[in-house]
Ligand binder design. Structure first.
Ligand code: 13P
Length: 251
């Protein structure tokens, strides 16, 4: 089912105590959200943050990544099973920072998607183009390739559990947001691609979030677009007031 979601990706920020403090402030500041609120703290905070939010309706826990194998000798890595056992229901997969700094390619991301789904987690699958691709106007094709390579092998039943997050790389952490027209154009294009693969009903049911310098000021305009179902928020999710304003901007 298509859902309205605001997800906060804390990235590598906040100590455990700071994370607990932030969660407390978020829970105090956010009143009845119109959609789902997903919080993605670092692995080390999952259990504590999870316990705090689980008592609140509409709040859900996510991890920021998982390993592509189920288990084994992968020192320093964290499996989908471990994440699920800490209470997470979602896992972010394919964030551009993982692609860029950790060289995660489409095929490994497909494996991550598979292992997450096998362990009962819902992937929040990130896609998005770098600036040079946007400048030569091939962004739709670029994103199509990412989706085809890492998601479109799924059967419909599994695909329906996936949330897609469109995050143009040039907008992440830069303060340069995609305009609402640019976001709508790409979200619509993604929905058309999903329709071609899985049919119109599935496409209409797919949740597609926007990420990239989404903040308290621009969230309502972005979320007002017909194909934008909420946001994946980085920097602005670290301030309870801003995060609450963004959540309040859901349709
Ligand atoms: P910013 O909101 O800080 O641009 O980050 C977006 C993002 O990468 C969320 O995953």
């Amino acid at each position: 089912m298509r859902q309205q979601i605001v997800a906060g990706n804390w990235k590598m920020n906040k100590t455990l105590d700071e994370g607990i403090e932030l969660t407390k402030s978020i829970l105090e500041t956010v009143e009845k959200p119109r959609g789902l609120v997903v919080i993605a703290p670092p692995f080390t905070h999952l259990r504590d943050v999870g316990k705090m939010i689980k008592v609140r309706k509409h709040f859900h826990l996510a991890a920021q990544n998982c390993h592509h194998e189920q288990k084994g000798a992968y020192t320093g890595e964290v499996s989908a099973d471990m994440i699920a056992s800490c209470g997470a229901e979602f896992v972010i997969i394919g964030h551009s920072e993982r692609r860029q700094y950790f060289k995660e390619k489409n095929d490994v991301l497909a494996q991550k998607v598979n292992v997450a789904l096998a362990k009962g987690l819902r992937p929040i699958f990130c896609c998005g183009e770098p600036l040079h691709i946007r400048e030569v106007d091939t962004h739709v094709g670029y994103v199509a390739k990412q989706l085809k390579a890492s998601l479109f092998h799924l059967h419909e039943e599994d695909f329906r559990k996936v949330v897609i997050a469109y995050e143009p790389i040039w907008a992440i952490g830069t303060g340069r947001t995609a305009s609402s027209d640019q976001a709508q154009e790409m979200h619509h294009a993604i929905r058309v691609l999903v329709a071609k693969k899985y049919g119109k009903i599935v496409a209409n049911d797919t949740t597609i979030l926007y990420g990239g310098s989404c903040n308290a000021q621009n969230a309502s305009e972005l979320f007002a677009q017909p194909d934008v179902d909420g946001g994946l928020i980085g920097g602005a999710s670290l301030k309870a007031e801003d995060f609450a304003t963004i959540i309040a901007a859901l349709k």
